[in-house]
Design a binder for this molecule. Structure first.
Ligand code: TXA
Ligand code: MG
Length: 311
């Protein structure tokens, strides 16, 4: 555990696993060019071996260490959204160890925006593959304590930041297809991506023809409590072991074990995974979660809610 990015970076360079904050959620990183260290990410998370990792960079100059080529549409997206919560899929560089991409011929890459992350990645001075720093299937960590709860004893270091800003993961856009395809909705809206590059396909979970993010097939983001989706708070069933989260307040909040009303979608996303974990700690058995209008950040929010509720 450290708050000093250079210390954390030196552990990573020594082959260690380091969890670090970003503007979306905490990631669990290793040196891309030490395959044995990258394999340990999968072990620590109990992550299926077919789920590729996102490689994190601090400088554009590193891109051609991991990607074989850069499609023009990616230039436009990087120009507008990097550094920031946008992951782009490129053809993979032949020298990048295959464990990073789970055997795929493509690689996901992003450049985080949070200053602490950038200092850490600069000190690493190597591309850093990093999935979210939770045990596979659990809610993504938005605080270092959530990382510790899931991974203590399995990793070398946690770089401590505060709560993460977005609370949902990056948007993943495949730039190897025409038109480009959003594989995972995230912190940058589909509308903003479309405004930047024109036509964009949005891959839905049941779209069998779309190129898909293997990670989006799994049940995910789930607390121990059962998650049930509701359109309005009136559909949530009050009880002392039931919780509610949504944009609209329930009529009788005191009839629930816990309630959380978010001011807007950004606040809802910021708080969702944190709330899931708090409900588990408080012994809640069912969490009723209100779905939101499917625009802007609402798409990412509904996606995470649906996956958390899947059985
Ligand atoms: O915000 C984020 O993206 C966070 C922070 C730590 O950067 N990371 C994150 O990683 O959410 P992870 O591993 O939890 O999710 C990565 C997603 C998965 O759905 C994975 O399948 C997809 O990105 N992905 C990675 N590489 C891919 C590739 N080459 N082709 C298609 N999908 C890919
Ligand atoms: Mg994840």
């Amino acid at each position: 555990m450290t708050a000093v990015p250079e210390e954390a970076a030196s552990m990573l360079r020594d082959g260690g696993l380091v969890a670090f904050p970003t503007e979306t959620v905490y990631g669990l990183g290793a040196d891309a060019f030490q395959p044995a260290a990258v394999r340990r990410i999968f072990e620590a998370k109990e992550r299926p071996a077919n789920n590729p990792l996102i490689v994190h960079l601090h400088a554009r100059a590193q891109l051609l260490e991991v990607a074989a080529s850069v499609p023009p549409v990616a230039e436009d997206l990087m120009g507008q959204f990097w550094p920031g919560p946008l992951t782009l899929i490129f053809p993979k560089h032949p020298d990048l160890p295959t464990v990073v991409t789970a055997g795929l011929e493509t690689v996901g890459v992003r450049m985080p925006r949070l200053p602490l992350t950038r200092r850490f990645l600069a000190a690493c001075d190597t591309p850093v593959p990093a999935p979210s720093a939770n045990r596979s299937g659990r809610p993504s960590p938005t605080h270092w304590r959530a990382v510790a709860a899931d991974l203590d004893g399995r990793i070398e270091c946690i770089l401590q930041g505060g709560r993460t800003e977005a609370g949902v993961e990056s948007t993943v856009v495949d730039c190897t297809t025409a038109p480009p395809a959003v594989l995972r909705p995230g912190a940058i809206s589909v509308e903003a991506v479309r405004e930047c590059v024109g036509r964009v396909r949005v891959a839905t979970p049941d779209d069998r023809t779309a190129p898909r993010s293997p990670g989006t097939q799994h049940r995910h983001y789930a607390p121990a409590a059962q998650v049930r989706l509701v359109d309005t708070p009136a559909d949530a069933v009050p009880a002392s072991t039931h919780a509610y989260i949504g944009l609209a307040p329930p009529a009788r909040p005191e009839a629930f074990g816990r309630t959380h009303v978010a001011a807007d979608c950004a606040a809802y996303a910021h708080d969702l995974f944190h709330y899931f974990r708090a409900c588990d700690a408080a012994g809640m058995e069912i969490i009723f979660a209100q779905t939101v209008p499917p625009a802007g950040l609402g798409r990412a929010l509904n996606d995470r809610l649906r996956r958390a509720a899947a059985r």
